[in-house]
Design a protein around this ligand. Structure first.
Ligand code: PGA
Length: 257
């Protein structure tokens, strides 16, 4: 576990203003749990209101467009989410890759412009069940990572490792209640770490946090967070209730140093 675990909630396409009470409850509890860094990525429509509502936790977006501005109906740029109060953006989530045909190249371009705008990045990667069954999970995920990371990350990491977080989320574990074994998570996170060290050197590559995501719940969080090189969790369904999400945050608080 990294020095300060990072627990991030991804609300996906869930939440209207009535959900702000959950964000407030998460924020108030997190103020007493400084050992863990807590953040939420609500839908675009709630970024500003969440930013106004909370004092302690980070607020981020779930996506942004690669362009700076212009004729892209319905799209939102990195500068816009920053202006709304977001400090980070989740990019390359498998639901974006699947539902919107986002390729590694598109994810790389988005990462590049989000970094240029001053956002921190949570870059997602993960294999399908088919790829895992074929014994190609590590090769696929590390390849996806290499192809999704722009060259500008190297210089950004010089000014702070928090610029980049990687989230490993096996597609077959998202929203299914199924999770990989701790041994499989450890092996994958070690492979991701080796790739980051190769790309960015020992110091910077070792300082990037790698989150696990996919069916993290209060009752499995301790086990999943104890896998090698796991620096926190990216949480979907269980982040929609303050009670469940805080159960995961508490598991991170209680991890042995
Ligand atoms: P889940 O989603 O926790 O609902 O499985 C995780 C994610 O997609 O980030």
């Amino acid at each position: 576990m990294a020095e300060r675990p990072y627990i991030v909630g991804n609300w996906k396409m869930n939440g209207t203003r009535s959900m702000l009470s959950e964000a407030r409850a998460i924020d108030r509890a997190s103020q007493r749990l400084m050992k863990v860094e807590v953040a939420l990525a609500p839908p675009f429509t709630l970024i500003h209101a969440t930013h106004k509502e909370v004092e302690q936790i980070g607020v981020g977006a779930q996506d942004c467009h690669a362009g700076e501005e212009g004729a892209h109906t319905g799209d939102i740029s990195a500068a816009m989410v920053l202006d709304a109060g977001a400090k980070f953006v989740i990019l390359g989530h498998s639901e974006r890759r699947q539902d919107h045909g986002e390729t590694n190249e598109i994810v790389r371009d988005k990462t590049e412009s989000a970094l240029a705008a001053g956002l921190r990045i949570i870059l997602c990667c993960g294999e399908s069940e088919e790829t895992r069954d074929a014994g190609k999970a590590e090769e696929f995920v590390t390849g996806q990572l290499r192809a999704s990371l722009p060259a500008s990350v190297a210089a950004m990491l010089e000014s702070g490792p928090e610029t980049l977080t990687v989230a490993y989320e096996p597609i077959w574990a998202i929203g299914t209640g199924r999770t990989p074994t701790v041994a499989d998570i450890s092996a994958m996170h070690r492979a991701i770490r080796a790739t980051l060290v190769e790309l960015y050197g020992e110091d910077n590559g070792s300082a990037v946090r790698i989150l696990y995501g996919g069916s993290v719940k209060p009752d499995n969080a301790t086990e999943l967070l104890s896998a090698d090189e796991v620096g926190g969790a990216l949480v979907g369904g269980a982040s929609l209730s303050a009670e469940n999400f805080l159960g995961i945050v508490m598991a991170a608080v209680d991890l042995p140093e």
